[in-house]
Design a protein around this ligand. Structure first.
Ligand code: BDR
Ligand code: CA
Length: 311
């Protein structure tokens, strides 16, 4: 039976590719896509989520708008990486499929209450505000989540938005603290691992060579948003973060990590949103997350290209 998932996201070009990978995967049943403010404001992330569904011809997927600001902070966005729309790279017209009226957090709660306990996986690709809001408003649903597979955090690779923090956790550290403390099985895709999944030029070309509209869209998106990281890190290619979440559901053996304790820094201004990962087991704090450290990048990209070619 297909694994039921909710994708919580702030598209974002790499979010868009993750959504396409999920749409291309019969092993997964997408119950809904919930948008959150992050890479760009909510008005754009909810629009972009619908744009991506329409591009894939999947107007049947319900899309919900959620929180427009972090739990306790001003929103920080990343137009410097993703462009003004969040999906810069190709020209896009406004989506025609409607946005659902229900708030994303309410949809998450209702879904977890109505689906059998332990049957729904949350895939989080942005700040954790929607999920934390759902958990705060309805603690009874926490124990009903099958697992959370999240893109977020960094340890050895340190930060991408500040020297200490990864963007998704930095934007809403209080929400991340709630999720990391929830007791739900957590699988974390941090920068330590995504920085090994590099979009090199031959990989961009491979998407173009698919010769399909979506192949071209993916190539243009990743080429656009990767230029920022290519310049920053001086590498041949830049990391493709969010699709690793979906790839994990399809081929978990591509990833290697450790089951460790991870805590989120919320009190310091200097290290706000740092994921303090006890990789070496130097404390007696209880393990709460599988924190990935490595990926078979060749196999990851070949999975991605194969699946996108089927759309
Ligand atoms: C994360 O932040 C966003 O810019 C990307 O979409 C990804 O989810 C990487 O730090
Ligand atoms: Ca994202």
């Amino acid at each position: 039976m297909a694994e039921k998932i909710i994708i919580d996201t702030d598209p974002g070009q790499d979010d868009a590719v993750a959504i396409l990978l999920a749409l291309a995967s019969p092993e997964l049943k997408i119950l809904g896509i919930t948008a959150v403010a992050g890479n760009v404001p909510l008005q754009l992330t909810q629009r972009n989520a619908r744009v991506v569904c329409e591009l894939a011809g999947r107007t049947d997927i319900p899309v919900f708008a959620g929180c427009d600001a972090p739990l306790a902070r001003q929103l920080v966005t990343a137009e410097h990486v993703h462009g003004k729309t969040g999906l810069d790279g190709i020209d896009l017209s406004d989506p025609r499929m409607p946005l659902k009226e229900t708030h994303a957090a309410e949809f998450i709660v209702d879904t977890l209450r109505t689906q059998p306990a332990g049957s729904v996986t949350l895939c989080t690709l942005g700040p954790l505000t929607n999920v934390a809001t759902a958990f705060k408003s309805a603690p009874d649903v926490i124990g009903r989540v099958r697992r959370i597979v999240m893109m977020g955090g960094a340890y050895f690779e340190v930060g991408n938005i500040t020297p200490a923090a990864e963007f998704n956790i930095y934007v809403d550290p209080e929400a991340a603290e709630i999720v990391f403390g929830s007791g739900v099985e957590l699988i974390v895709m941090p920068l330590d691992m995504t920085h090994k999944a590099l979009v090199t030029q031959p990989r961009v070309e491979a998407f173009k060579d698919l010769g399909t509209d979506l192949g071209h869209a993916v190539a243009a998106w990743i080429d656009f948003f990767e230029r920022f990281d290519r310049d920053k890190y001086g590498s041949d290619g830049a990391p493709l973060h969010d699709p690793t979440v979906i790839a994990y559901l399809l081929e978990p053996d591509l990833f290697v990590g450790r089951y460790i304790n991870v805590e989120v820094e919320t009190r310091s201004d200097l290290t706000r949103g740092m994921t303090v990962a006890d990789w070496w087991g130097v404390t007696d704090r209880k393990a709460n997350a599988i924190f990935m450290g490595d990926v078979d990048a060749e196999a990851f990209f070949s999975l991605l290209i194969r699946r996108i070619s089927s759309l």
